[in-house]
Ligand binder design. Structure first.
Ligand SMILES: *Cc1c(COP(=O)(O)O)cnc(C)c1O
Length: 400
């Protein structure tokens, strides 16, 4: 099938919920992907921060292959070695000592909300404007963007929103019934928003004083994306609960709630569950993906390459008035424009680089952590050309 055949069948048979690019991908290797016409692209989207170890990593592919031949699934009615091994590994790389396995980010957040309510015996969850926590009814309610939830009312109760980065608003929103605050350590979908200095530490302290749980949604920021294994390390903050998914399985759908023993023990047998959560295939994939991140030193790589990319983007962007800011941490970078960034995405794609536009004006770069400097140089060159094409008034050379 060619691209058009696939697009026609999608239009006919698939629910039309996605604003897709006119591109049908067939396979990938490392940071490169190929479409069904045979054209190659540098993938700076990485399946929304999922393919941190790149496409078709041999160790992940082999782990999935071996496990599929032994056992794909058996249900949580039984124990498996794959699940306990992954749980142990997650406690070694994260600030937590207990794990509940889910299948997606939304499900991890949904479970974290249940855990916070059960542990505290309270109902209210505070989240922030512009946040993204998932598409299930509870997580879309926690999400601070009206466009995602308006059509789906009535929404579950017990959720409030305050501006991200505003500690005073957070303090004022807290009541006797507040169970937890849920935050992205860096907002992803909302436009790669890094919180102001001291914000997360202040929220952490207030949670401690008021006996409220701090849930960090590290679904996008986790597994080396920001130049630390988890972004909580970047800010020196210890959450009570962390939710993870996206890059966890190297592309295989798996997520988890991480918590410390004291809080985790609020979940008793029968309180929560999932048919597929933590099945042997998912756990084997995730264990392999996390081992690759550790063995190949990808967290450090993300920090180094992120600094390199950001510096080059800043230098490149200084030529264009339409660029407001280049920001982010590690290999999670946003280029905010003064106008909608759809044209940059299209132009870059046509020149062989995949990027994403989020929050309408932010070009978001989330390349695999295994991308090379040479590949990043190509990315900057292509974005430079795309911005030049779209700029009506580049700054005169004398201003540079
Ligand atoms: C992607 C994302 C989610 C939702 O994850 P799904 O696997 O799509 O359910 C939740 N929170 C954040 C911060 C995300 O980036």
């Amino acid at each position: 099938m060619n691209t058009q055949d696939i697009m026609d069948l999608d239009k006919k048979f698939v629910m039309q919920t996605y604003g897709r690019q006119p591109l049908a991908l067939s396979h990938g290797k490392g940071a490169e992907v190929w479409d069904v016409e045979g054209k190659s692209y540098l993938d700076c989207f990485a399946g929304v921060a999922v393919n941190n170890v790149g496409h078709a990593h041999p160790k992940v592919a082999l782990a999935i292959c071996h496990q599929a031949q032994r056992m794909i699934h058996c249900s949580n009615v039984y124990y498996t070695q794959e699940q306990v091994e992954l749980a142990k590994l997650l406690t070694q790389v994260s600030p937590h000592d207990r794990v509940f396995f889910a299948n997606s980010g939304a499900e991890a957040n949904e479970g974290a909300i249940k855990l916070a309510r059960k542990y505290t015996g309270k109902g209210e969850i505070i989240s922030t404007d512009n946040s993204f926590h998932g598409r299930t009814l509870a997580t879309v309610t926690a999400t601070g963007q009206d466009k995602y939830k308006e059509p789906f009312k009535p929404l579950p109760g017990g959720f409030k929103h305050v501006p991200y980065g505003d500690i005073q608003a957070m303090v004022e929103a807290i009541t006797e019934d507040t169970a937890a605050i849920i935050l992205e350590p860096i907002q992803g979908e909302g436009g790669v928003i890094v919180p102001p200095e001291g914000y997360l530490q202040n929220v952490r302290n207030i949670c401690r004083q008021r006996d409220i749980l701090l849930i960090l949604d590290e679904i996008q920021t986790g597994f080396g994306r920001t130049g630390e294994m988890f972004a909580s390390n970047l800010f020196g903050v210890e959450p009570d609960i962390t939710t993870i998914a996206k890059a966890m399985g190297g592309g295989y759908p798996i997520g988890a709630i991480l918590a410390n023993e004291r809080i985790a023990s609020a979940f008793e047998p029968g309180d929560h569950g999932s048919t597929f959560g933590g099945n042997p295939l998912g756990c084997a994939a995730a264990k392999a993906a996390i081992e690759v991140i550790l063995d190949e030193n990808l967290v450090h790589q993300s920090q180094e390459l992120g600094a390199y990319l950001k510096a080059n983007l800043e230098q490149m962007a200084s030529k264009y008035e339409i660029v407001k800011e280049v920001r982010g941490k590690g290999l999670m970078i946003g280029i905010e424009l003064t106008k909608s960034c759809g044209d940059v995405v299209t132009e870059a794609r046509e020149q062989g680089v995949l990027v994403n536009c989020t929050a309408d004006t932010v070009v978001r770069l989330l390349p695999p952590l295994i991308i090379t400097k040479e590949q990043l140089d190509v990315v900057v060159k292509v974005l430079d050309a795309a911005l030049a094409k779209m700029s009506t008034n580049p700054k005169p050379l004398s201003d540079l």
